[in-house]
Ligand binder design. Structure first.
Ligand code: CFM
Length: 544
C-alpha cells in the first residue's frame, strides 16, 4: 500500500466487480445500481439509482433528516433561536460542529454559541413532551426576546406524537412579537439528510420568506441560495460581491438573519450554489414572486469568474459587466501565480471525492485547476438529477420515501408576483446560451470511464482506495482516519478540517496550498513500520 506508483492501472468494470464481490447476491444487485461507470453523459433517463434507503447492515456515510434540517439549513442562521425538542445528544452533536461561521454584525444578536434543547427524559417519552416544549420556548423567549424561535423534532418526538406545530402556534400567538414555528424533521423521516433540506425549505418558505416588503438599496440584487459559510466561504463570496457592486439581499443560509429570509423575495435573481439542498425554495420563489434562478458555483477560481459573469449577464448592464471583468482581472493574477508555482507538483495526481450532495462536483473544479484527475466521485445523498442533470427529473420514479415528504402547492402571489424580465428578454438570454432552472450534474463533468458511486460506505471506501490508490481522498470525519491508516491523505470537504475558506479567488489559493501540502507530504510513505515491510529480523551479538 505504501509504495505509491505514479499511475495505477485499473479497469473500471474490474473495480466495480471487486467492490461487489463480498456482498450477498441481493445486496450486490442493489449496490450495483448505485455504482456507475461514467459513460452516461447527457442522459434523458437516469442510469444511476440514488436517494434510496441504505441497505441495513451497511455502514453508510450519510446523516439523518434532522441533521439536514436543523444542522444544514437552519443552523447557520444567527438570530433565530434553534430549539431542539429531543434528547440532549441530538442537540449537542448538531452544535457548531459544521464550522459554519458567523459575523454577528452591528446588532450583535447571535445565538449560535448556545445549545438549546428540551433535554427529553424517559418520563417525557411516556407522558408526552408538549408541556416541556412550551416551557422551553417560554424560557428562551424570557431570556433572549428573539424575533424568532424555530423548533426541531427529533426521532422520539415523532414516535410519541407530540404536536410541535400547535405548541409553536400557540406560543407565537401568546408572544405577539416572536415568530415561532416548527419542523417535523425527525431523523427517520427520510432516507438521508436530503429529506431534512426539503422539510426546512418548505417551512422557511411558509413562515419566513415574504414577511418584509421593504425595498432594500442596491441596483443588482440577488439571493445566494445554498451557501453555508463553512470555514468562512461566504465571507469571501461577500467580499467579491461587494467589489463587483452586487447586493446580496439574503443568503440561504450562511451567516444569515431572520430579516434576510423575510426580505428575500425583493431580490431580482436567485443564484443557486448547492442545488441539492435548496432547489425547492428557488422553484417556489419563482412561482410565487417571479424571481428566476440560475445555478452558480463559487468553488474554483474559473468557476467563480464564470458565475460572476453569469450574474452580470443576467442584469445585462454594461456598468456591471465591466466592473465584474475588472474584478476578475484584478483577482486572477494572484491565482495564476499560485497555480504556476504549485501545479508542477500536483499535475497528474489523482483524487477521489465522496461528499454530501454537491461538493463532490464543485470541488472537481479546484482539482482540475491543479491539473489533478478525479478518478472516482459520488454523493452521500444526491438525487439522480444531481448526478445526471435536471433533464432526468421527469423520469425519476418517486418511491414511498420521497412521497412521504410534503410538496407545497405554490401559486403566483396576487399582488407581489412580478416577472423580473419580460418574456422576450428571457428568450433573448436563453438564445445567447443562458440557462435558467438548469443544472447539468456531476456526471457531465466527470471523465469517461471514471466511477460514480452513490452512498459509498465504509467497506467500499477502503476497497476503492486499496484498488485505485488515489493521491488524495476527500470525504468527512467518519472516513478520515480509516483512509489515512491506509497511507492516503484525507481532506475533509464538509468542515475543511481546520482550514478554509476555499470559495472564491482567495479560497482557491488556500485550497491549492493545502492540497499541495497533503499530496506531496512524505509522511504517507512511512505508514508501515520496518518490521511490517520486512518481518525477518536479523541481528548479531555484540562480540561477534
Ligand atoms: Fe449542500 Fe452543503 Fe453539500 Fe449539503 Fe451537507 Fe455541507 Fe455537504 Mo456536509 S448543504 S449538499 S447537507 S453543499 S453539511 S455545506 S459539506 S454534506 S456536500
Amino acid at each position: 500500500m505504501a509504495t505509491k506508483k505514479k499511475l495505477v492501472q485499473w479497469a473500471p468494470a474490474e473495480v466495480k466487480a471487486a467492490l461487489l464481490e463480498k456482498y450477498p447476491p441481493k445486496v450486490a444487485r442493489k449496490r450495483a445500481k448505485q455504482i456507475m461507470i461514467n459513460e452516461a453523459q447527457q442522459n434523458e433517463t437516469p442510469e444511476l439509482t440514488a436517494n434510496v434507503r441504505t441497505i441495513p447492515g451497511i455502514i453508510t456515510m450519510r446523516g439523518c433528516t434532522y441533521a439536514g434540517c436543523k444542522g444544514v439549513i437552519m443552523g447557520p442562521t444567527r438570530d433565530i433561536v434553534n430549539l431542539v425538542h429531543g434528547p440532549i445528544g441530538c442537540s449537542f452533536y448538531a452544535w457548531l460542529t459544521r464550522r459554519n461561521q458567523t459575523d454577528p454584525g452591528p446588532t450583535g444578536e447571535n445565538y449560535m454559541n448556545y445549545c438549546f434543547s428540551t433535554d427529553m427524559q424517559e418520563q417525557d417519552i411516556i407522558f408526552g413532551g408538549e408541556k416541556k416544549l412550551a416551557a422551553a420556548i417560554q424560557e428562551a423567549y424570557d431570556l433572549f426576546h428573539p424575533k424568532s424561535i424555530a423548533v426541531f423534532a427529533t426521532c422520539p418526538v415523532g414516535l410519541i406524537g407530540d404536536d410541535i406545530h400547535t405548541v409553536s402556534k400557540n406560543m407565537k400567538a401568546k408572544f405577539g412579537d416572536c415568530n415561532v414555528y416548527a419542523f417535523s424533521c425527525e431523523g427517520y423521516k427520510g432516507v438521508s439528510q436530503s429529506a431534512g433540506h426539503h422539510i426546512a425549505n418548505n417551512q422557511v418558505f411558509r413562515h419566513l420568506v415574504g414577511l418584509n416588503d421593504e425595498v432594500k438599496p442596491g441596483r443588482y440584487k440577488i439571493n445566494l441560495l445554498g451557501e453555508y459559510n463553512i470555514g468562512g466561504d461566504g465571507f469571501e463570496i461577500d467580499r467579491i460581491f461587494k467589489k463587483c457592486g452586487i447586493t446580496c439581499i439574503s443568503t440561504f443560509s450562511g451567516n444569515s438573519t431572520y430579516d434576510q429570509f423575510a426580505s428575500s423575495h425583493t431580490a431580482d435573481l436567485n443564484a443557486v450554489m448547492c442545488h441539492r439542498s435548496i432547489n425547492y425554495v428557488a422553484d417556489m420563489m419563482e412561482t410565487k414572486y417571479g424571481i428566476p434562478w440560475v445555478k452558480v458555483n463559487f468553488i474554483g477560481a474559473k468557476a467563480t469568474a464564470k458565475s460572476l459573469r453569469k450574474i452580470a449577464g443576467y442584469f445585462g448592464e454594461k456598468e456591471l459587466i465591466d466592473r465584474v471583468e475588472a474584478v476578475i482581472a484584478e483577482e486572477m493574477p494572484e491565482v495564476e501565480a499560485a497555480l504556476a508555482e504549485i501545479t508542477p507538483r500536483t499535475e497528474g495526481k489523482t483524487a477521489m471525492m465522496f461528499v454530501g450532495g454537491s461538493r463532490a462536483h464543485h470541488y472537481k473544479e479546484l482539482f482540475d485547476e491543479l491539473k489533478m484527475k478525479t478518478i472516482s466521485a459520488g454523493y452521500e445523498f444526491g438525487h439522480q438529477d444531481d448526478y445526471e442533470g435536471r433533464q432526468v427529473l421527469p423520469n425519476i420514479q418517486l418511491d414511498a420515501d420521497s412521497r412521504n415528504i410534503e410538496e407545497l402547492e405554490v401559486e403566483a402571489d396576487e399582488t407581489r408576483f412580478k416577472p423580473r424580465k419580460s418574456e422576450t428578454e428571457m428568450e433573448a438570454l436563453e438564445k445567447s446560451g443562458y440557462r435558467f432552472k438548469h443544472y447539468d450534474g456531476l456526471a457531465a463533468d466527470m471523465d469517461k470511464g471514471t466511477l460514480i458511486i452513490d452512498d459509498l460506505n465504509q467497506y467500499e471506501a477502503e476497497k476503492l482506495v486499496e484498488l485505485m490508490k488515489p493521491d488524495i481522498f476527500c470525504a468527512g470525519i467518519k472516513e478520515k482516519y480509516s483512509i489515512q491508516k491506509l497511507g492516503v491523505p484525507m481532506k475533509q470537504l464538509h468542515s475543511y478540517d481546520s482550514g478554509g475558506p476555499y470559495a472564491g479567488f482567495q479560497g482557491a489559493i488556500n485550497f491549492y496550498k493545502e492540497i499541495d501540502r497533503l499530496v506531496n507530504s512524505k509522511v504517507w510513505g512511512f505508514m508501515k513500520a520496518p518490521w511490517q515491510k520486512n518481518p525477518q529480523l536479523s541481528a548479531t551479538f555484540a562480540w561477534e
